[in-house]
Design a protein around this ligand. Structure first.
Ligand code: ZN
Length: 463
Protein backbone atom coordinates (compact mmCIF):
# COMPACT_ATOMS: atom_id res chain seq x y z
CA UNK A 1 0.00 0.00 0.00
CA UNK A 2 1.09 3.55 -0.65
CA UNK A 3 -0.38 6.85 0.47
CA UNK A 4 -0.08 10.53 -0.33
CA UNK A 5 -0.95 12.95 2.45
CA UNK A 6 -1.11 16.73 2.20
CA UNK A 7 0.37 18.45 5.25
CA UNK A 8 0.48 21.99 3.86
CA UNK A 9 0.03 24.30 0.85
CA UNK A 10 -3.58 23.10 0.62
CA UNK A 11 -5.69 25.89 -0.87
CA UNK A 12 -2.95 28.32 0.05
CA UNK A 13 0.45 29.19 -1.41
CA UNK A 14 2.78 28.52 1.52
CA UNK A 15 3.78 25.68 3.84
CA UNK A 16 4.45 23.07 1.13
CA UNK A 17 4.75 19.62 2.76
CA UNK A 18 3.56 16.44 1.05
CA UNK A 19 4.04 13.01 2.58
CA UNK A 20 4.50 9.86 0.48
CA UNK A 21 4.34 6.55 2.32
CA UNK A 22 5.40 3.39 0.54
CA UNK A 23 5.10 0.40 2.88
CA UNK A 24 6.63 1.68 6.12
CA UNK A 25 8.98 4.13 4.38
CA UNK A 26 8.07 7.80 4.66
CA UNK A 27 9.27 10.62 2.41
CA UNK A 28 8.36 14.24 2.92
CA UNK A 29 8.48 16.35 -0.24
CA UNK A 30 9.29 19.92 0.85
CA UNK A 31 9.25 21.17 4.42
CA UNK A 32 7.93 24.69 4.00
CA UNK A 33 7.11 27.50 6.33
CA UNK A 34 3.59 28.92 6.44
CA UNK A 35 3.68 32.64 5.68
CA UNK A 36 1.20 35.46 5.22
CA UNK A 37 -2.08 35.42 7.15
CA UNK A 38 -1.81 35.03 10.92
CA UNK A 39 -4.03 31.96 11.03
CA UNK A 40 -1.57 30.21 8.70
CA UNK A 41 1.56 31.46 10.46
CA UNK A 42 0.24 30.08 13.74
CA UNK A 43 0.28 26.64 12.10
CA UNK A 44 4.10 26.77 12.22
CA UNK A 45 3.80 26.53 16.00
CA UNK A 46 1.49 23.49 16.03
CA UNK A 47 2.88 20.05 16.66
CA UNK A 48 3.81 18.54 13.28
CA UNK A 49 0.96 16.18 12.24
CA UNK A 50 3.38 13.23 11.81
CA UNK A 51 6.20 12.52 14.27
CA UNK A 52 9.32 14.04 12.60
CA UNK A 53 11.56 11.14 13.74
CA UNK A 54 9.25 8.68 11.94
CA UNK A 55 9.99 10.25 8.55
CA UNK A 56 12.94 8.69 6.74
CA UNK A 57 13.82 11.29 4.15
CA UNK A 58 13.05 14.83 3.06
CA UNK A 59 13.29 15.86 -0.61
CA UNK A 60 13.29 19.59 -1.46
CA UNK A 61 11.95 20.79 -4.82
CA UNK A 62 13.70 24.18 -4.48
CA UNK A 63 15.16 26.61 -1.95
CA UNK A 64 12.28 29.06 -1.45
CA UNK A 65 11.39 29.37 2.25
CA UNK A 66 7.75 28.36 1.70
CA UNK A 67 9.22 24.99 0.60
CA UNK A 68 12.18 24.68 3.02
CA UNK A 69 11.75 27.13 5.88
CA UNK A 70 10.23 24.71 8.41
CA UNK A 71 13.19 22.33 8.19
CA UNK A 72 15.25 23.75 11.10
CA UNK A 73 12.26 23.32 13.42
CA UNK A 74 11.61 19.85 12.01
CA UNK A 75 15.20 18.82 12.74
CA UNK A 76 15.06 20.40 16.20
CA UNK A 77 11.94 18.28 16.84
CA UNK A 78 13.60 15.00 15.97
CA UNK A 79 13.99 14.49 12.22
CA UNK A 80 17.45 13.05 11.50
CA UNK A 81 17.25 11.50 8.00
CA UNK A 82 18.78 12.69 4.73
CA UNK A 83 17.62 15.89 3.05
CA UNK A 84 18.00 15.59 -0.74
CA UNK A 85 18.20 18.69 -2.90
CA UNK A 86 19.91 19.69 -6.16
CA UNK A 87 23.44 21.16 -5.82
CA UNK A 88 22.19 24.71 -6.41
CA UNK A 89 19.32 24.26 -3.92
CA UNK A 90 21.83 23.10 -1.30
CA UNK A 91 23.94 26.22 -1.79
CA UNK A 92 20.95 28.57 -1.88
CA UNK A 93 19.66 26.96 1.33
CA UNK A 94 22.99 27.74 2.99
CA UNK A 95 22.14 31.40 2.39
CA UNK A 96 18.37 31.34 2.93
CA UNK A 97 17.90 29.09 5.99
CA UNK A 98 20.34 30.98 8.26
CA UNK A 99 18.70 34.22 7.11
CA UNK A 100 15.27 32.82 7.97
CA UNK A 101 16.58 31.82 11.42
CA UNK A 102 17.89 35.34 11.94
CA UNK A 103 14.44 36.75 11.13
CA UNK A 104 12.83 34.32 13.61
CA UNK A 105 15.30 35.37 16.31
CA UNK A 106 14.77 39.06 15.61
CA UNK A 107 11.00 38.62 15.79
CA UNK A 108 11.23 36.91 19.21
CA UNK A 109 13.63 39.61 20.37
CA UNK A 110 11.26 42.34 19.27
CA UNK A 111 8.33 40.60 21.00
CA UNK A 112 10.32 40.51 24.22
CA UNK A 113 11.35 44.14 24.04
CA UNK A 114 7.89 45.44 23.16
CA UNK A 115 6.13 42.97 25.45
CA UNK A 116 3.46 42.00 22.91
CA UNK A 117 3.92 38.24 23.28
CA UNK A 118 1.77 36.13 25.61
CA UNK A 119 4.80 33.92 26.17
CA UNK A 120 7.49 35.10 28.52
CA UNK A 121 10.07 35.07 27.24
CA UNK A 122 8.99 34.75 23.60
CA UNK A 123 11.12 32.10 21.88
CA UNK A 124 12.02 31.99 18.19
CA UNK A 125 10.43 29.27 16.03
CA UNK A 126 14.03 28.17 15.49
CA UNK A 127 17.53 29.49 15.90
CA UNK A 128 20.62 29.90 13.72
CA UNK A 129 21.97 26.78 15.42
CA UNK A 130 18.88 24.77 14.38
CA UNK A 131 19.40 25.98 10.80
CA UNK A 132 23.05 24.84 10.89
CA UNK A 133 21.99 21.43 12.24
CA UNK A 134 19.46 21.10 9.39
CA UNK A 135 22.07 22.00 6.77
CA UNK A 136 24.31 19.17 7.99
CA UNK A 137 21.71 16.65 6.76
CA UNK A 138 21.72 17.94 3.16
CA UNK A 139 22.80 15.70 0.29
CA UNK A 140 23.23 17.12 -3.20
CA UNK A 141 21.76 15.19 -6.15
CA UNK A 142 22.02 16.47 -9.71
CA UNK A 143 19.21 16.45 -12.26
CA UNK A 144 18.31 13.15 -13.97
CA UNK A 145 20.20 11.02 -11.43
CA UNK A 146 18.21 8.18 -9.98
CA UNK A 147 18.42 7.74 -6.20
CA UNK A 148 17.28 4.43 -4.70
CA UNK A 149 15.72 5.17 -1.32
CA UNK A 150 14.71 1.53 -0.75
CA UNK A 151 14.64 -1.58 -2.95
CA UNK A 152 11.20 -0.59 -4.20
CA UNK A 153 11.27 3.21 -4.11
CA UNK A 154 13.45 5.63 -6.11
CA UNK A 155 13.31 9.24 -7.24
CA UNK A 156 15.03 11.71 -9.52
CA UNK A 157 14.96 15.47 -10.05
CA UNK A 158 14.19 17.00 -13.44
CA UNK A 159 14.45 20.75 -14.13
CA UNK A 160 11.43 22.88 -13.16
CA UNK A 161 12.68 26.24 -14.53
CA UNK A 162 11.31 28.14 -11.53
CA UNK A 163 14.46 29.37 -9.76
CA UNK A 164 18.06 28.22 -9.79
CA UNK A 165 18.19 24.57 -8.73
CA UNK A 166 14.43 23.99 -8.88
CA UNK A 167 13.29 20.49 -9.79
CA UNK A 168 10.22 18.34 -10.19
CA UNK A 169 10.47 15.12 -8.18
CA UNK A 170 9.73 11.95 -10.15
CA UNK A 171 9.06 8.93 -7.93
CA UNK A 172 8.90 5.33 -9.04
CA UNK A 173 7.90 2.50 -6.72
CA UNK A 174 6.84 -1.12 -6.80
CA UNK A 175 3.51 -1.67 -5.10
CA UNK A 176 2.62 -4.74 -2.98
CA UNK A 177 1.05 -6.44 -6.03
CA UNK A 178 4.26 -5.99 -8.04
CA UNK A 179 2.92 -3.19 -10.25
CA UNK A 180 5.23 -0.21 -10.89
CA UNK A 181 3.79 3.22 -10.18
CA UNK A 182 4.99 6.72 -10.94
CA UNK A 183 4.27 9.92 -9.07
CA UNK A 184 5.41 13.43 -10.01
CA UNK A 185 5.43 16.32 -7.51
CA UNK A 186 6.06 19.65 -9.22
CA UNK A 187 7.00 22.00 -6.43
CA UNK A 188 6.71 25.28 -8.33
CA UNK A 189 6.50 25.32 -12.14
CA UNK A 190 8.60 27.93 -13.93
CA UNK A 191 8.00 29.82 -17.15
CA UNK A 192 8.83 29.08 -20.74
CA UNK A 193 11.28 31.27 -22.74
CA UNK A 194 12.56 33.15 -19.71
CA UNK A 195 16.06 34.56 -19.41
CA UNK A 196 18.84 32.58 -17.68
CA UNK A 197 17.00 29.35 -16.83
CA UNK A 198 15.96 26.36 -18.89
CA UNK A 199 12.28 25.78 -19.62
CA UNK A 200 10.36 23.39 -17.35
CA UNK A 201 11.33 19.86 -18.42
CA UNK A 202 8.66 17.78 -20.15
CA UNK A 203 7.51 14.73 -18.18
CA UNK A 204 5.67 12.11 -20.19
CA UNK A 205 4.37 9.56 -17.73
CA UNK A 206 2.82 9.44 -14.27
CA UNK A 207 0.02 7.71 -12.44
CA UNK A 208 -0.41 10.63 -10.04
CA UNK A 209 0.64 14.26 -10.43
CA UNK A 210 0.82 16.81 -7.62
CA UNK A 211 0.72 20.22 -9.31
CA UNK A 212 1.09 23.77 -8.05
CA UNK A 213 -1.68 26.24 -8.95
CA UNK A 214 -0.48 29.70 -7.83
CA UNK A 215 -1.55 31.33 -11.11
CA UNK A 216 -4.29 28.81 -11.91
CA UNK A 217 -6.74 31.64 -12.58
CA UNK A 218 -4.36 34.15 -14.12
CA UNK A 219 -2.66 34.86 -17.39
CA UNK A 220 0.58 36.82 -17.46
CA UNK A 221 0.07 40.04 -19.48
CA UNK A 222 1.06 39.80 -23.11
CA UNK A 223 3.47 42.77 -23.00
CA UNK A 224 7.20 42.83 -23.48
CA UNK A 225 8.75 43.41 -20.07
CA UNK A 226 11.89 44.83 -21.71
CA UNK A 227 9.85 47.53 -23.51
CA UNK A 228 8.24 48.50 -20.21
CA UNK A 229 11.54 48.56 -18.35
CA UNK A 230 13.25 50.63 -21.07
CA UNK A 231 10.42 53.19 -21.07
CA UNK A 232 10.47 53.56 -17.28
CA UNK A 233 14.25 54.03 -17.18
CA UNK A 234 14.41 56.49 -20.08
CA UNK A 235 11.59 58.63 -18.68
CA UNK A 236 13.20 58.72 -15.24
CA UNK A 237 16.61 59.64 -16.64
CA UNK A 238 15.00 62.42 -18.72
CA UNK A 239 13.64 63.89 -15.47
CA UNK A 240 17.05 63.56 -13.82
CA UNK A 241 15.70 60.99 -11.36
CA UNK A 242 16.75 57.66 -9.89
CA UNK A 243 15.19 54.22 -10.36
CA UNK A 244 14.66 52.09 -7.25
CA UNK A 245 13.68 48.44 -7.53
CA UNK A 246 12.65 46.48 -4.44
CA UNK A 247 13.31 42.87 -5.42
CA UNK A 248 13.61 39.48 -3.81
CA UNK A 249 17.31 38.56 -3.61
CA UNK A 250 17.02 35.16 -5.29
CA UNK A 251 15.60 34.97 -8.80
CA UNK A 252 14.06 38.33 -9.59
CA UNK A 253 17.26 40.32 -8.96
CA UNK A 254 19.21 38.13 -11.39
CA UNK A 255 16.45 38.30 -14.03
CA UNK A 256 16.48 42.10 -13.80
CA UNK A 257 20.25 42.28 -14.12
CA UNK A 258 20.06 40.10 -17.22
CA UNK A 259 17.41 42.34 -18.82
CA UNK A 260 19.21 45.58 -17.92
CA UNK A 261 22.43 44.24 -19.45
CA UNK A 262 20.54 43.29 -22.63
CA UNK A 263 18.94 46.74 -22.86
CA UNK A 264 22.38 48.35 -22.50
CA UNK A 265 23.88 46.03 -25.14
CA UNK A 266 21.04 46.93 -27.49
CA UNK A 267 21.60 50.64 -26.66
CA UNK A 268 17.97 51.06 -25.65
CA UNK A 269 18.91 52.63 -22.31
CA UNK A 270 21.92 54.72 -21.32
CA UNK A 271 24.65 53.05 -19.28
CA UNK A 272 23.84 54.05 -15.70
CA UNK A 273 25.49 52.99 -12.46
CA UNK A 274 23.54 49.87 -11.38
CA UNK A 275 23.86 48.95 -7.72
CA UNK A 276 22.79 45.70 -6.15
CA UNK A 277 22.45 46.61 -2.49
CA UNK A 278 21.67 43.36 -0.69
CA UNK A 279 24.35 41.02 0.66
CA UNK A 280 22.07 38.05 0.01
CA UNK A 281 21.45 39.09 -3.60
CA UNK A 282 25.19 39.41 -4.13
CA UNK A 283 25.77 35.83 -2.91
CA UNK A 284 22.81 34.49 -4.90
CA UNK A 285 24.05 36.21 -8.09
CA UNK A 286 27.38 34.35 -7.79
CA UNK A 287 25.50 31.05 -7.50
CA UNK A 288 23.41 31.91 -10.55
CA UNK A 289 26.61 32.34 -12.56
CA UNK A 290 28.25 29.19 -11.27
CA UNK A 291 25.49 26.61 -11.72
CA UNK A 292 25.75 25.91 -15.43
CA UNK A 293 23.39 22.94 -15.23
CA UNK A 294 20.50 25.41 -14.97
CA UNK A 295 21.56 27.75 -17.78
CA UNK A 296 19.56 27.99 -21.00
CA UNK A 297 21.37 28.17 -24.38
CA UNK A 298 21.66 31.98 -24.48
CA UNK A 299 23.15 32.09 -21.00
CA UNK A 300 25.60 29.31 -21.93
CA UNK A 301 26.61 31.14 -25.09
CA UNK A 302 27.33 34.37 -23.20
CA UNK A 303 29.28 32.56 -20.49
CA UNK A 304 31.39 30.75 -23.13
CA UNK A 305 32.11 34.08 -24.80
CA UNK A 306 33.59 35.28 -21.52
CA UNK A 307 30.74 37.69 -20.77
CA UNK A 308 29.13 38.05 -17.38
CA UNK A 309 25.45 38.01 -18.39
CA UNK A 310 24.43 39.34 -14.97
CA UNK A 311 26.70 42.39 -14.94
CA UNK A 312 25.76 45.67 -16.58
CA UNK A 313 28.46 48.04 -17.86
CA UNK A 314 28.68 50.17 -14.72
CA UNK A 315 27.81 47.57 -12.19
CA UNK A 316 28.53 47.61 -8.47
CA UNK A 317 27.71 45.36 -5.59
CA UNK A 318 27.32 47.23 -2.34
CA UNK A 319 28.38 45.06 0.58
CA UNK A 320 28.94 47.27 3.60
CA UNK A 321 26.53 49.73 5.14
CA UNK A 322 28.84 52.61 4.24
CA UNK A 323 28.80 51.57 0.59
CA UNK A 324 25.02 51.37 0.82
CA UNK A 325 24.84 54.94 2.17
CA UNK A 326 27.11 56.21 -0.61
CA UNK A 327 24.79 54.66 -3.20
CA UNK A 328 21.83 56.36 -1.62
CA UNK A 329 23.50 59.77 -1.76
CA UNK A 330 24.48 59.63 -5.45
CA UNK A 331 23.51 62.76 -7.43
CA UNK A 332 23.49 61.44 -11.01
CA UNK A 333 20.77 59.01 -12.11
CA UNK A 334 21.27 55.48 -10.79
CA UNK A 335 19.44 52.19 -10.72
CA UNK A 336 19.33 50.56 -7.30
CA UNK A 337 18.09 47.00 -6.76
CA UNK A 338 17.65 46.03 -3.14
CA UNK A 339 15.61 43.80 -0.83
CA UNK A 340 13.04 43.19 0.50
CA UNK A 341 10.80 42.84 -2.53
CA UNK A 342 7.66 44.06 -0.71
CA UNK A 343 9.52 46.83 1.18
CA UNK A 344 8.73 45.18 4.51
CA UNK A 345 12.34 45.56 5.68
CA UNK A 346 15.95 45.53 4.53
CA UNK A 347 18.17 48.17 2.95
CA UNK A 348 15.56 49.20 0.38
CA UNK A 349 13.85 51.23 3.14
CA UNK A 350 16.82 53.59 3.52
CA UNK A 351 16.83 54.22 -0.21
CA UNK A 352 13.07 54.76 -0.20
CA UNK A 353 13.17 57.26 2.63
CA UNK A 354 15.57 59.36 0.57
CA UNK A 355 14.02 58.89 -2.86
CA UNK A 356 10.22 58.77 -2.33
CA UNK A 357 9.74 62.52 -1.63
CA UNK A 358 11.24 63.55 -5.01
CA UNK A 359 8.87 63.48 -8.01
CA UNK A 360 11.75 62.89 -10.45
CA UNK A 361 12.36 59.36 -9.08
CA UNK A 362 10.62 56.06 -9.86
CA UNK A 363 10.04 53.01 -7.68
CA UNK A 364 9.45 49.85 -9.75
CA UNK A 365 7.77 46.85 -8.13
CA UNK A 366 8.53 43.59 -9.87
CA UNK A 367 6.77 40.95 -7.79
CA UNK A 368 3.47 40.16 -6.14
CA UNK A 369 2.71 42.67 -3.33
CA UNK A 370 0.86 40.99 -0.45
CA UNK A 371 -1.90 42.75 1.49
CA UNK A 372 -0.62 44.75 4.44
CA UNK A 373 2.88 45.42 3.09
CA UNK A 374 4.39 48.85 2.28
CA UNK A 375 4.77 47.62 -1.30
CA UNK A 376 1.04 47.04 -1.58
CA UNK A 377 0.23 50.47 -0.08
CA UNK A 378 2.50 52.19 -2.58
CA UNK A 379 1.09 50.21 -5.51
CA UNK A 380 -2.41 51.13 -4.29
CA UNK A 381 -1.45 54.80 -4.51
CA UNK A 382 -1.04 55.90 -0.88
CA UNK A 383 0.51 59.34 -0.62
CA UNK A 384 2.35 58.91 2.68
CA UNK A 385 4.18 55.85 3.97
CA UNK A 386 5.44 55.21 7.47
CA UNK A 387 9.00 53.98 7.91
CA UNK A 388 11.46 54.28 10.80
CA UNK A 389 8.66 55.81 12.86
CA UNK A 390 8.12 58.78 10.54
CA UNK A 391 5.78 59.62 7.68
CA UNK A 392 7.48 59.92 4.31
CA UNK A 393 5.61 61.74 1.51
CA UNK A 394 5.26 59.76 -1.73
CA UNK A 395 5.94 62.01 -4.72
CA UNK A 396 8.04 59.58 -6.77
CA UNK A 397 6.31 57.62 -9.54
CA UNK A 398 5.26 54.11 -8.62
CA UNK A 399 5.36 51.53 -11.41
CA UNK A 400 4.91 47.79 -11.56
CA UNK A 401 6.22 45.11 -13.88
CA UNK A 402 3.85 42.19 -13.54
CA UNK A 403 5.51 39.98 -16.11
CA UNK A 404 8.58 38.98 -14.11
CA UNK A 405 6.81 36.23 -12.15
CA UNK A 406 8.71 32.97 -11.59
CA UNK A 407 5.49 30.91 -11.73
CA UNK A 408 3.87 29.67 -14.90
CA UNK A 409 0.34 30.99 -15.51
CA UNK A 410 -2.56 28.61 -16.25
CA UNK A 411 -1.64 28.37 -19.91
CA UNK A 412 1.93 27.40 -19.09
CA UNK A 413 0.78 24.83 -16.51
CA UNK A 414 -1.54 23.31 -19.13
CA UNK A 415 1.28 23.36 -21.66
CA UNK A 416 3.43 21.36 -19.23
CA UNK A 417 0.59 18.93 -18.44
CA UNK A 418 0.14 18.49 -22.20
CA UNK A 419 3.50 16.67 -22.24
CA UNK A 420 2.03 13.59 -20.54
CA UNK A 421 1.45 10.81 -23.06
CA UNK A 422 -1.32 9.05 -21.13
CA UNK A 423 -3.90 10.20 -18.62
CA UNK A 424 -2.82 10.03 -14.97
CA UNK A 425 -5.17 8.28 -12.55
CA UNK A 426 -5.48 11.49 -10.61
CA UNK A 427 -4.12 15.04 -10.42
CA UNK A 428 -3.83 16.83 -7.06
CA UNK A 429 -3.80 20.64 -7.07
CA UNK A 430 -1.84 22.31 -4.28
CA UNK A 431 -0.05 25.62 -3.68
CA UNK A 432 -2.87 27.88 -4.85
CA UNK A 433 -5.60 30.03 -3.28
CA UNK A 434 -9.07 28.41 -3.58
CA UNK A 435 -10.11 30.52 -6.61
CA UNK A 436 -6.89 29.72 -8.46
CA UNK A 437 -7.08 25.99 -7.72
CA UNK A 438 -10.76 25.79 -8.69
CA UNK A 439 -10.20 27.62 -11.97
CA UNK A 440 -7.27 25.37 -12.85
CA UNK A 441 -9.27 22.25 -11.99
CA UNK A 442 -12.00 23.31 -14.44
CA UNK A 443 -9.44 23.99 -17.16
CA UNK A 444 -7.68 20.65 -16.73
CA UNK A 445 -11.01 18.80 -16.77
CA UNK A 446 -12.11 20.67 -19.86
CA UNK A 447 -8.84 20.24 -21.80
CA UNK A 448 -7.81 16.71 -20.76
CA UNK A 449 -10.83 15.19 -19.06
CA UNK A 450 -8.62 13.98 -16.17
CA UNK A 451 -9.73 13.40 -12.60
CA UNK A 452 -8.65 16.38 -10.48
CA UNK A 453 -8.66 16.73 -6.69
CA UNK A 454 -8.13 19.85 -4.55
CA UNK A 455 -7.04 18.35 -1.22
CA UNK A 456 -7.84 19.81 2.18
CA UNK A 457 -5.26 20.13 4.95
CA UNK A 458 -4.30 16.60 6.18
CA UNK A 459 -6.30 14.77 3.48
CA UNK A 460 -4.82 11.34 2.73
CA UNK A 461 -5.22 9.34 -0.49
CA UNK A 462 -4.30 5.78 -1.48
CA UNK A 463 -2.02 5.80 -4.51
ZN1 ZN B 1 8.98 28.88 -5.27
Amino acid sequence: MAFLQFLGATQTVTGSRHLLEVGDYRVLVDCGLFQGLKELRLRNWDRFPVTPASINTVILTHAHIDHTGYLPRFVRDGFHGDVYATPASVELSRILLPDSAKLQEEEADYANRSGYSKHKPALPLYTARNARDALKLFKAVGYDKRVDLTKRLSFEFVGAGHILGSGFVKFEFTDDDGSVKKIVVTGDIGRYDEPILNDPETVTEADYIVVESTYGDREHPDVDVKDQLAAIINETVARGGHVLVPAFAVGRTQQLLYLLRELEDERRIPVLPVFVDSPMAVQATRLYLRHEEDHDVDMQRLMRAGRNPLATHAFQLAKSRDESKAVSAAERSTIVISASGMATGGRILHHMRRRLPDERNTVVFVGFQAAGTRGRRLVDGEKEIKMFGEWVPVRARIERLDNLSAHGDWKEILRWLGGFKRAPKRVFLVHGEPDAATALKARIEERFNWQVEIPNYLDKFTV
